[in-house]
Design a protein around this ligand. Structure first.
Ligand SMILES: *Cc1c(COP(=O)(O)O)cnc(C)c1O
Length: 471
């Protein structure tokens, strides 16, 4: 082992004595902590990290920035570099923001039953496209089709990669080469560059805007219909609200107009809730069933918004239209894999059982302020015992997020935390860099914790995180 040697190295002294002291990679990897790491993470990664650390040291020596070569310091750096290189990039975080469908944080957590089923399917082979009755090739749609039929009535469904894909595919199949009529009040943009005018353009359908930003009447739609018109599209204004002097026709009126002119009536619901949440103040989140009952021909919605399942886009509606969509070659390009189908099937089965509390997103939407306040009291007491930490409880609001129920808030109880040594911004940053990361809101110079989106089992981790980052 190389003993550390001090040298008063400056840019002008000869660096070669220091360079000669640098141990070889082989020598370094024999040191006990690195040998243990090799066992756990494999030699190639360790060798790469060691080379990188030694290169950096050579650069430092040449620049006169290093005054010694310490094998134990190199050992520490190589271990840290290897750990960093082997850490997963995508990893769990604790969402203490109170935004339930937080798109940046992976939208909706899956139900344990969904995780269990997808794990089981992922481990081996499955009947993804194999008809076990007949012993011949089957279709992957069949696994969820029957369940949606039971849940939504006698309708067919198709599942694609996400709702953006569903809207695109429906427009491309049903309105491509023709015109689609959309109200100016519904030409929305969703985060991640989903914009209705651009999706229309890419789908090959020509957008016919009608009405105004705040008011569109059925007569506006009627006046836009011409021999090239193929569809009327209703879009859920997911992430904003127009209030005041507003008007838009009811779905039934739109459907009647469509029927009269033999046009397809499509509705992009965005969040597409399968349960009625109006009692919880999320009255705008029209359940999918209501749109189908109104006679909409094709409804599209997301799997990972209020439905509470995996990322997916679901198309449901009239059988012959969905059959056409299914024949579109783009359907194959946008199809979902077995993991999505497994998680979606398990999630939809929970709806059929009426077990809404087993779906985390719905459980979080349905949690009452009293329930959250009880947990907040308990956690605040634990946080208050940490050195430097001050807490206060206050009333606040959680949001559904992810383009659901805009302008509607769920009453909650917030823990407002301040720290003797750190500003709220710095504290939030330190929590974010902690493992596991804790993501919080910063408001009025306080770190705000909304337990609506924190699982009970994560509460002790939140306390640990504050303990660790406070010092
Ligand atoms: C969220 C949303 C989309 C996009 O759905 P993804 O599943 O994110 O692709 C499209 N339309 C509306 C109205 C939405 O709310």
């Amino acid at each position: 082992m190389t003993a550390p040697m001090k040298a008063s190295a400056t840019a002008t002294t000869d660096p070669s004595p220091l360079l000669r002291q640098i141990p070889s990679v082989d020598e370094l990897l024999k040191r006990p902590s690195l040998a243990a790491l090799e066992e756990r993470l494999g030699r190639p990664l360790l060798v790469k990290s060691a080379r990188r650390v030694l290169d950096e040291l050579r650069r430092q020596i040449a620049a006169g920035e290093a005054s010694e070569v310490s094998a134990s310091e190199l050992e520490r750096r190589i271990a840290a570099a290897t750990e960093a290189a082997s850490a997963f990039s995508l990893r769990p975080v604790i969402n203490a923001t109170g935004v339930i469908l937080h798109t940046n944080l992976g939208r909706t957590p899956l139900a344990p039953a969904a995780v269990e089923h997808l794990t089981e399917v992922a481990f081996g082979y499955s009947n993804l496209e194999y008809d076990l009755e007949r012993g011949q090739r089957g279709r992957r749609d069949t696994h969820t089709e029957g369940l949606f039929a039971e849940l939504l009535g006698a309708k067919t469904t198709l599942v694609v990669n996400n709702n953006a894909a569903a809207v695109f595919l429906a427009l491309n199949t049903l309105a491509g080469g023709g015109e689609v009529v959309v109200s100016r009040g519904e030409l929305i943009e969703i985060g991640g560059s989903f914009r209705i005018p651009e999706i229309c353009a890419k789908s090959g359908a020509v957008l016919r805007e009608v009405g105004t930003t705040n008011r569109t009447r059925i007569a506006d739609y009627a006046a836009a219909i011409n021999p090239r018109t193929r569809a009327l599209l209703r879009v859920h204004p997911s992430n904003f609200r127009i209030v005041g002097f507003t008007e838009r026709p009811g779905l039934e009126q739109l459907v009647a107009l469509g029927r009269e002119h033999a046009l397809v009536v499509m509705e992009d619901l965005g969040s597409g809730c399968l349960a009625d949440l109006s009692a919880l103040g999320l009255g705008d989140e029209a359940p999918v069933g209501r749109s189908l009952a109104a006679g909409v021909d094709v409804v599209t919605f997301s799997g990972d918004k209020l439905l509470g399942g995996p990322q997916a886009g679901i198309l449901t509606g009239r059988r012959e239209l969905l059959a056409k969509i299914r024949k579109n070659p783009l359907f194959r390009a946008l199809r979902v894999d077995k993991l999505t189908i497994a998680a979606l099937e398990a999630t939809v089965r929970l709806y059929l059982r009426g077990d809404l509390d087993a779906i985390p997103a719905l459980r979080m939407v349905r949690a009452t302020k009293t329930e959250i306040a009880r947990r907040a009291d308990r956690l605040a007491a634990q946080l208050a015992r940490l050195p430097g930490v001050s807490v206060r409880l206050e009333d606040g609001e959680s949001v559904a997020g992810g383009g659901s129920a805009p302008g509607q808030f769920l009453p909650t109880r917030l823990i407002a935390v301040t720290h003797a040594h750190w500003s709220a911004e710095r504290l939030a940053e330190r929590l974010r860099r902690h493992s596991p990361p804790v993501i919080v809101r910063v408001e009025r110079e306080c770190v705000m914790i909304d337990l609506r989106t924190v699982f009970e089992a994560q509460e002790s981790q939140v306390v640990d995180a504050f303990h660790a980052v406070g010092s």
